[in-house]
Design a protein around this ligand. Structure first.
Ligand SMILES: [Zn+2]
Ligand SMILES: [Zn+2]
Length: 395
């Protein structure tokens, strides 16, 4: 039977949205994936990929099978491992191991340990057939820890700590990383500390969005506190260029790398920035002014002493995680003085500058936040929590 019959079978298959069809469908998908990976392995060993001008099997998969770089590398690695692991390959092909389980096995076996796993797979793999991905991962990690000690040369050949970061054509970026167990524990701990809980009025965030917010906090914290250049509380090194017309017309700005930023993003960055005036005639610089730090260190210290934490209602982020927010925006003529500044943590600073949000400071440094749905939340300054709550008279 050729692939034409398979195409017909896929088109004619009737899948109903019930648990049984979904589970069976995924088993079939995995069995087809097993056949494809087996074929990838044979194509890889034949070297036929070179005829298409590719420099590797993974490169061929990217260019001709339209796989992402990560998928192409992973498919090639799994194909090579399975060629040396007949029991695992058979269990995968017959639908007894899922693709997720095979990926989990591959993640814990490398070129130095594959021979040892080939000796053990006959005993180990049948026990995996009833396990979840998590249980399979636990068992394989246990095996990998002990395999290192049994191999002559336990040095792993795969790069374990690796991060890929790419700037995309639209100015956004993508980050992907793999860590060894020790680094992963460090990363997990940092995320746990940097993640902040939901506060009243905020939109609900997904787990990925919470982690991204934590990630931004970790990066900002480093940029504000590292000691490489100018001592403590450095500024994030984003350089924006903005013409007088951009400033007046609220048309946003571009970074020196050419990425466009919206008007709201520019307003937020201007809250806590160093501003330099550069007068240009076309591309020629005619004059430039002294760099001016909007909120100098002394003013930040006064803010920290007064506000103590982020002033978003309910948030307790400490000053070292916070920005000085101009209540009346700097762009609109808001002054850089204590009366017009308040501390906001990086996440709440980004939130408050989004469309639909408003923050005002009332007498006595009481902060009122209005959410996009019109809810008004109040934050009193520390030690001034408003009237004491009523106490029950003693009986
Ligand atoms: Zn601000
Ligand atoms: Zn906050």
């Amino acid at each position: 039977m050729g692939l034409g019959a398979l195409t017909d079978a896929i088109e004619q298959a009737e899948l109903s949205p019930c648990a049984g069809d979904l589970i069976d469908g995924f088993v079939l998908l995995d069995r087809l994936t097993a056949r494809l990976i087996d074929t990838v392995g044979a194509f890889d060993r034949s070297g036929l990929w070179a005829l298409d001008g590719a420099s590797s099997m993974a490169g061929w998969l990217k260019a001709n099978a339209v796989r992402t770089g990560g998928d192409a590398v992973s498919l090639t690695k799994i194909a090579r491992l399975l060629h040396a692991l007949p029991v695992t390959a058979a269990a995968f092909g017959e639908g007894r191991l899922s693709y997720g389980q095979v990926q989990t096995i591959a993640a814990n076996v490398n070129i130095k340990t594959v021979e040892l796993f080939a000796e053990h797979e006959g005993d180990v793999v049948p026990t995996f057939e009833s396990l979840t991905i998590k249980q399979t991962a636990d068992a394989m990690q246990y095996w990998a820890r002990h395999a290192g000690a049994l191999c002559d040369d336990p040095e792993p050949s795969d790069p374990i700590n690796t991060v890929s970061h790419s700037s995309l054509l639209n100015g956004t970026g993508r980050l992907d990383g793999t860590f060894d167990a020790e680094t992963n524990a460090l990363v997990t701990k940092a995320f746990a500390i940097a993640e902040t809980p939901w506060q009243e009025g905020e939109p609900v965030r997904t787990a990925g969005e919470r982690r991204a917010d934590a990630f931004v906090d970790i990066f900002e914290f480093f940029l504000q506190n590292h000691q490489r250049n100018t001592g403590s509380h450095n500024l994030p090194h984003i350089h924006l260029s903005m013409s007088i017309d951009d400033l007046r017309n609220h048309t946003g700005a571009t970074t020196v790398d050419g990425a466009g930023l919206s008007h709201n993003q520019v307003r937020r960055l201007c809250c806590d920035a160093t501003i330099s005036r550069v007068v240009m005639n076309g591309t020629e610089i005619i004059d430039f002014g002294r760099s001016e730090r909007l909120a100098p260190k002394a003013l930040l210290a006064v803010l920290a002493l007064n506000d103590r934490t982020c002033r978003y209602p309910g948030c307790d982020r400490k000053p070292s995680w916070c920005h000085a927010h101009h209540v009346r925006h700097w762009e609109d003529g808001g002054e850089t003085k204590f009366e017009n500044l308040t501390l906001l943590c990086s996440r709440h600073h980004r939130l408050i500058h989004k469309p639909g949000w408003a923050l005002v400071m009332l007498p006595g440094r009481i902060i009122e936040v209005t959410t996009p749905i019109g809810a008004v939340l109040t934050s009193h300054p520390p030690n001034r929590h408003g009237p004491e709550p009523c106490r029950k008279a003693a009986a």
